[in-house]
Design a protein around this ligand. Structure first.
Ligand code: EPU
Length: 460
């Protein structure tokens, strides 16, 4: 990472922290004690933010509950408010979104949100439907690869949007309205699938989307759109049909639980030899993760209102994992699990096939004593590689290696959580900086650490 990148990251981190009221950007953790106790998982970041955008499509107020208090939600709320949506945050994760008076926002105000999140790209279809024009700031999100938006733009063009690149972002118009389209995605991209859904529901005619992503958060978004009046069917083999309708109403919906938050705390329980009950976690959406958790040597009990994750004693075992789209092993699950794998006896391999550059977090783990080698070449058959670029795609972890405290900097959201786990697992003291990045996706994580008995100093 260049010094300029580092400075940018620190700035992002401070801004993200401030959005959710965290006043300090660092924590000192005294590692070595198991995490034990009970926490509650919140609604998924990767659904809640999109559901908020969907509210723009309705002609009446929407109510979303179980919304996490994370900075990405604040960014989307800010952008909605700029476009005239009346946004009201109620008690315990309820957000009311009234789009009755949607209006064009000033470009300079929109630009103030540049670089804060990936979600603004999803405003394109809804704003084109509501206002006939849209301006989208340059995007942000985690630095885990190039993260292009070509699938999004190609899909929007297929609906009839005219797109112009401008110095501060992109501007879009739909001179002849948006019409249903036949689209095949080059890859089952989560964001591009959401883009098509949010655009097709009010487009004239039918849209057929092939090679669509079918993550549980996407199915939950489809449920929301159906509540609003949309007609969408999920067919076999990643095909989604959307019959455009003339108008949609507001919705009331409880956001699906955050699978990434569950996997992260579960991995923390395993690495620290702990025992954590996660209220709100559900088995069906976590099946692939649960299989791997068990293979590594962890155990879990599925109860009616959550899942207990624990280290049952004995040695942890190495695994070979390939990240994939749903129902495969999520790319967001590998980083927290890698810390537990540093404690397994033998060699584990993680092959990252979704993003080109998602192993930056391993430098800090090596500094703490881990033995992780990152390979630019993907492993195995070339068809399993991310075919866009030659980047860091496979990590080989040799364990067990005791971890010792160090000063480390959070590089991205999921990598940052893995740094917290490493600090909790290590002997001695670890200072973790750029903590605000973690608040982009984990609600009240400091409070949850406290609830689970972690030993730390946080002055905020
Ligand atoms: N891609 C393109 N062109 C595009 C869009 C995507 O080449 O126009 C590539 C990406 O560069 C990547 C792959 O396709 O290599 C998959 O990207 P996808 O569009 O599926 O990801 P996303 O929608 O940008 C969401 C989550 C990510 C999660 C991925 C995969 C949100 C806001 N983000 O990203 O979550 O890792 O799907 O499940 O929903 C996180 O929460 O930390 C996070 C990064």
């Amino acid at each position: 990472m260049t010094n300029e990148d580092k400075a940018g990251l620190q700035l992002d981190s401070k801004k993200a922290a401030a959005r959710v009221g965290l006043t300090s950007d660092e924590i000192i953790i005294n590692g070595g004690s198991p995490l034990k106790g009970r926490i509650k998982v919140r609604g998924a970041k990767n659904l809640a933010t999109k559901a908020m955008v969907a509210s723009l499509l309705g002609n009446s107020e929407s109510v979303l509950t179980n919304v996490p208090n994370i900075s990405d939600v604040r960014v989307v709320a800010g952008l909605l408010a700029l476009h005239g949506v009346l946004v009201t945050r109620g008690e315990s994760g309820e957000w009311r979104l009234d789009p009755t008076n949607v209006e064009v926002a000033h470009k300079a105000d929109i630009d103030a949100h540049a670089g804060s999140s990936r979600i603004p790209i999803l405003f394109c279809g809804p704003l084109l439907h509501r206002l006939g024009e849209a301006f989208i700031p340059d995007l942000g999100g985690c630095r885990i690869g190039d993260r292009p938006i070509d699938f999004h733009l190609d899909a929007l063009r297929a609906f009839g949007a005219v797109i112009e690149k401008q110095p501060m972002g992109i501007s879009l118009e739909a001179p002849n309205g948006l019409k249903g389209a036949n689209i095949e995605l080059p890859y089952p991209s989560v964001g591009a699938t959401e883009q098509v859904l949010l655009t097709a529901v009010l487009a004239e005619g039918t849209t057929e989307l092939r090679n669509a992503a079918i993550e549980p958060e996407i199915v939950d978004l489809i449920c929301i759109l159906q509540k609003m009046g949309a007609i969408i069917s999920i067919e076999p083999n990643r095909v989604i049909f959307i019959e455009g309708v003339e108008k949609l109403r507001g919705y009331r919906h409880d956001a699906i639980f955050d699978r990434n938050e569950v996997a992260s705390w579960a991995a923390a329980a395993l690495a620290t030899k702990g025992d954590v009950y996660i209220e709100g976690a559900k088995q069906e959406e976590m099946m692939t993760f649960l299989n791997v958790f068990r293979k590594v040597g962890g155990d879990f009990d599925v109860e009616h209102d959550g899942i207990r994750f624990y280290h049952p004693g004995g040695d942890l075992k190495p695994v070979v994992i390939e990240t994939d789209v749903h129902p495969g092993f999520m790319t967001d699950w590998q980083q927290p699990l890698v810390v537990a794998l540093t404690q397994a006896i033998g060699t584990s391999t993680i092959h990252e096939t979704v993003y080109e550059n998602r192993f930056g977090f391993t430098d800090a783990l090596n500094k703490m004593g881990a033995d992780i080698t990152v390979y630019k070449e993907g492993l195995g058959d070339p068809s399993r590689r991310v075919n866009r670029r030659e980047f860091e795609q496979a990590a080989v972890i040799t364990g067990p290696t005791p971890l010792t405290g160090a000063d480390i900097e959070v590089p991205d959201l999921r990598g940052g959580f893995s740094h917290l786990i490493a600090a909790l697992t290590a002997t001695g003291q670890t200072k973790v900086t750029n903590l605000g990045i973690i608040s982009r996706g984990y609600e009240n994580f400091i409070e949850k650490l406290r609830l689970l008995g972690a030993d730390f100093i946080y002055e905020g």
